[in-house]
Design a protein. Structure first.
Length: 258
């Protein structure tokens, strides 16, 4: 954990938010809010370390916390899924602990209300299937169980775009007051979705190269008719039937990268 501390980055704008909250009398609210975000990210970090995932950076900003990894794309589904949901699990544990303290008169009702309010809000926000939130990562893992790698990326992008449009229209329909913080979050999410869409080709090519450079012996076999690399699936080794001949995945990828 000591090495992880060296990789934590706190954005300057977050420090400004803390300073302004102190001046405005909202320091306790902001502190609780970002404490829950920190606990959420701790869940991801601990689970990542249990599976020996290499963490590159942990950054905290006004839009939350984000972890970047130095890992291959084709990691086991169970590991990726558990890392994605571990933030929610730690939030639940934190809430149960706070509720225990509240019932034993250690926390007052006002503090418990703030914890419940922000824990619930962060949970609901993060579970939305919008890139780069945890909900989109969970959806992407599930999609990869049924679809090819590239198609899963495209469907994840489509679901993210549709969800953010529905959320925006729902807020307008319910006449929700659009605050400055909401606009910043929406702009941040839209920017991430656009970047993700532009990176689909890069991610696919990186996926192909990793399969070529670091081949794994998967149990499932994905039979592909014709020369179509876009039909490659995660956690499955592919065999290509071209004409009357059958080719191993390594042979086809060697023609691309050699």
């Amino acid at each position: 954990m000591r090495s992880i501390c060296k990789k934590i980055e706190i954005k300057p704008e977050l420090l400004i938010v803390f300073f302004l909250s102190f001046l405005s009398g909202l320091f306790r609210d902001v502190l609780i809010f970002f404490t829950i975000i920190f606990i959420h990210e701790i869940g991801h970090i601990i689970t990542s370390l249990l599976y020996n995932w290499k963490i590159k950076k942990v950054s905290f900003g006004i839009c939350g916390g984000f972890i970047t990894y130095e890992e291959k794309i084709d990691k086991p589904f169970n590991e990726e899924f558990l890392i994605a949901i571990s933030g929610f699990l730690f939030q639940i544990l934190f809430y149960l602990l706070a509720f225990f303290f509240y019932k034993n008169n250690i926390l007052d009702i006002k503090l418990m209300y703030l914890i419940q309010k922000y824990d619930y809000s962060i949970f609901l926000f993060n579970i939305l299937p919008i890139i780069p939130l945890d909900g989109s990562k969970i959806i992407n893992v599930i999609l990869n169980l049924f679809f090819t790698f590239k198609k899963s990326l495209k469907i994840t992008f489509f679901i993210s775009t549709l969800t953010i449009i529905l959320v925006l229209f729902n807020m307008i329909f319910l006449s929700v007051k659009i605050e400055c913080s909401y606009i910043m979050i929406f702009l941040f999410l839209i920017k991430k979705i656009i970047i993700f869409y532009k990176d689909i080709s890069y991610l696919f090519n990186r996926f192909l190269f990793e399969r070529y450079a670091y081949p794994n012996k998967y149990k499932k076999i994905n039979v592909i008719k014709g020369y179509n690399l876009e039909k490659l699936k995660r956690q499955q080794v592919s065999e290509f039937i071209i004409g009357e001949k059958r080719y191993k995945e390594k042979e086809i990828l060697s023609k691309v990268f050699d």
